[in-house]
Design a binder for this molecule. Sequence first.
Ligand code: KG4
Ligand code: ZN
Length: 372
Amino acid sequence: MIILSIETSCDETAVAIVKFSKNKVEVLANIVSSQIKIHSEYGGVVPSLASRMHLKNMSPVLKRAFKKTNLNQKNIDYISVTNGPGLIPALIIGVQTAKTLSYALKKPLVGIHHIEGHIYANWLKKPIKLKTHKGKNNFKPWKPEFPMLCLVVSGGHTQIILMKRDLNYKILGETVDDAVGEAFDKVAKLLGVGYPGGPLIEKMAKIGNKNKFNFTRPMMNSGDYNFSFSGLKTAVLYEVRSQQNFLHDKRGLRGVESVEVSLDNQYKSDIAASFQQAVIDVLIYKTVKSAKKHKVKNIILGGGVSANKELQKQLSQKIKKEFPLCNFHFPYSKLTTDNALMISIAAYYRIKNNKEIGNWKSAKADANLKLK
Ligand code: KG4
Ligand code: ZN
């Protein structure tokens, strides 16, 4: 079965073409065209600009994907697309393209929830070594044991999700305000280090002292599995402002509003490390607590923030120490942030389980799509 998938929920125009057989997943093409450079000028994603860029990039990305596979369009069995949640001007470009392909090629169309894609990015395991092939693009599909707990951490979501079987989701907790990736991006912005903030904060944190600032661990003892990151971001803002005022006065600039003082790199790195640790502490505490309660066999990470090596390392250590019967997984690094390969994998399991396979008429973009 060959699936062509499209992802345009935010600022990546992505297309994948993937061949699935019983024990093998062959990634024939996996193209991601990022718009980061364009949006970084504005310090965040501009939805109308993202839409225009998706429109501009879609045909070249599709062409590049087909060129890699040596297939023609008739070889495709299914089309799949992220139909939500996300930025509506961005989503509709992917969904309209998928509808057009589905109509023209007379192939079924499978709509995929973006978070389901992030979760299923974990289903691709070690490359298989074949005699006739380097094996680089061939993977084994994962056959996980359930129940399983997913910690989804991205720019738009922070959720703890319980899965009792394939495609079955129960949201145990989620953020009541900012998503964790959003908090990384906002802290990076107020430190003036650029966009997207997550990877930059992680890099700076490596040379910072994580114990320098004792930032709040929001909702740590709330007794539920919800999160809140907006107060933490504000705590960082107050600290940075007070440091700026202190430096301002120290340079004899009291009362001179127009002169801005810059923060030194070590200070920024200490802020980055202390902020990152506060986030990690809360994520780990709630994840391990709910994993124990539900006696899960596996804990998986998903979403852009799952690329964070410190989060991976500390969560893995905590699980080994406190819940050794449970296994821990995170996706290949290229599959942590948005891509279309994860959408193909989720679509494969939807098709295999006969779940809501649609067509060009039924597909619809929904910015607030619920996971079900
Ligand atoms: O999943 P994703 O690519 O897009 C959404 O679905 O939102 O996640 C993007 C988010 C951004 O907020 C970005 O700053 C964050 O993931 N991110 C990271 C890292 N890499 C990306 N956050 C922390 N550490 C990282 N290494
Ligand atoms: Zn995402």
